[in-house]
Design a binder for this molecule. Structure first.
Ligand SMILES: [Mg+2]
Ligand SMILES: [Zn+2]
Length: 233
């Protein structure tokens, strides 16, 4: 691949899509239950929790296809269709990746539907195994000892540091909303930008402990385009 000027890193849940993929599928719970049976509440590790949720779905005959159809109803965050069109227009200068604590199946289902898989070079997320089109098992992406606000199965800072040399890029742009987007933010340089979704956990964390890079707070993908467009003149 030719050397690109920019590295764009996207969180997925509540950044690209306007909801959380893991909790969105609770819509499929039997008899329209709004929450999960109480035995699930004790599980503290989200990744293990989701594995149990999907086993529960399997035992209640909720198929993989139903899960996919449900996910494909999800809406993009406002302006993100336009943001990905903007990236596609400038793709020869931008390497574009996703780092997400969702999973490969959920993300692929949505990218297929939304039609911008062509813009994404690589996806770092929890792997899944699908058995007989009926059962999805989720596995942890890795195990880390990060001391920041990261879950044990996913430190996005570690993912970036293991796979990219930031000095190879003129500018790194990170787009996120959540607590687990703070740790990767700590490796961004003065010249980099973190795009922070307004009203979500990451914004609060940055107010407590500032980051070195430029901060752009967004409500819509259009806010991101407005900051980015003069970089591509
Ligand atoms: Mg998120
Ligand atoms: Zn971390």
């Amino acid at each position: 691949m030719l050397k690109k000027r920019f590295l764009f890193i996207f969180d997925f849940d509540n950044t690209i899509v306007n909801d959380n993929t893991d909790t969105y599928i609770w819509k499929l719970l039997p008899q329209g239950q709004k929450s999960l049976p109480s035995q699930f509440e004790k599980e503290k590790h989200w990744n293990k929790f989701m594995r149990k949720v999907l086993q529960f779905y399997y035992h209640n005959d909720i198929s993989v296809q139903q899960i996919k159809s449900c996910l494909q109803e999800m809406e993009l965050t406002q302006g993100f269709g336009e943001l990905f069109d903007f990236i596609r227009t400038n793709k020869e200068q931008i390497e574009c990746i996703i780092a997400s604590d969702s999973n490969t199946y959920f993300i692929d289902s949505i990218l297929d539907k939304q039609g911008f898989k062509d813009v994404i070079d690589k996806i770092y997320t929890n792997p899944v195994q699908i058995i007989d089109d009926m059962e999805i098992s989720i596995f942890p992406y890795h195990k880390n000892d990060c001391e920041s606000t990261c879950p044990r199965n996913m430190c996005k800072r570690t993912i970036i540091m293991d796979n990219y040399q930031l000095t190879n890029y003129e500018k790194v742009c990170y787009f996120g909303d959540g607590k687990n987007d703070y740790c990767p933010g700590t490796i961004l340089r003065n010249e980099d930008i973190i795009f922070v979704r307004k009203g979500y956990g990451l914004e609060k964390l940055i107010q407590k402990k500032d980051l070195l890079c430029e901060k752009v707070y967004f409500e819509s993908g259009i806010d991101c385009i407005n900051r980015l467009k003069n970089l591509f003149l």
